[in-house]
Design a protein around this ligand. Sequence first.
Ligand SMILES: *Cc1c(COP(=O)(O)O)cnc(C)c1O
Length: 218
Amino acid sequence: MSVGARYASLLAEIDAEAAANGAGAGSVTLVGVAKGQPAERVREAIAAGLADVGENYVQEAKATFPSLPPVRRHFIGHVQRNKAAAIIALFDVVQSLDRLEAGLALAGAAERVGRVLPVLVQVNISPSERFGCSPDEAPRLADALRERPSLHVEGVMAIGPLTPDRRAIAGAFSLAAKTFARVGGSTLSIGMSGDWREAVRAGSTMVRLGTALFGERG
Ligand SMILES: *Cc1c(COP(=O)(O)O)cnc(C)c1O
């Protein structure tokens, strides 16, 4: 199947799952995760309608993004303070903000170029995951970030646990959804290639798909 055909069929499956859970069609945004993928595949998906692209690495984004048509660019990797200016220059949204120091660095870099940066607070819901603040810390971190006028906290991002146990995955996403309710905002970014159905059932408004959309990473 071509990347374009896979994009269309994934969108239909996601909409069907959302509808089965009482959410409207189009209520879940699909972010295509470009890390480790040939730019050609990303361009194919964009030609088929993909409007949101995620990237974990600043270096890769520098190489790939200039060759892409206009899309909303999401940073989903670990935020290093010394990369704040580069992240601001390359991305429209930062989904992976998990500590105040990194937030302040991004706020400073955004202020310097006169931008307001949409961000999500990354919450750790999995023992297999290194990054993310604890669910209990998240509301306080969001409040502290909201004091910076150059940041706009739009919700929560989380990475599900790496386990074949579907109930454990559903439980972790339910914790992400509860944390999202405490943080507030419009975006709950949960669900990847292996667990997007559980995520949509838990109330995801944004899934981040790499391999399911583009194929195996090189
Ligand atoms: C790699 C990655 C994805 C996509 O992973 P797939 O399993 O290929 O869909 C989504 N979110 C984050 C944060 C990632 O690092």
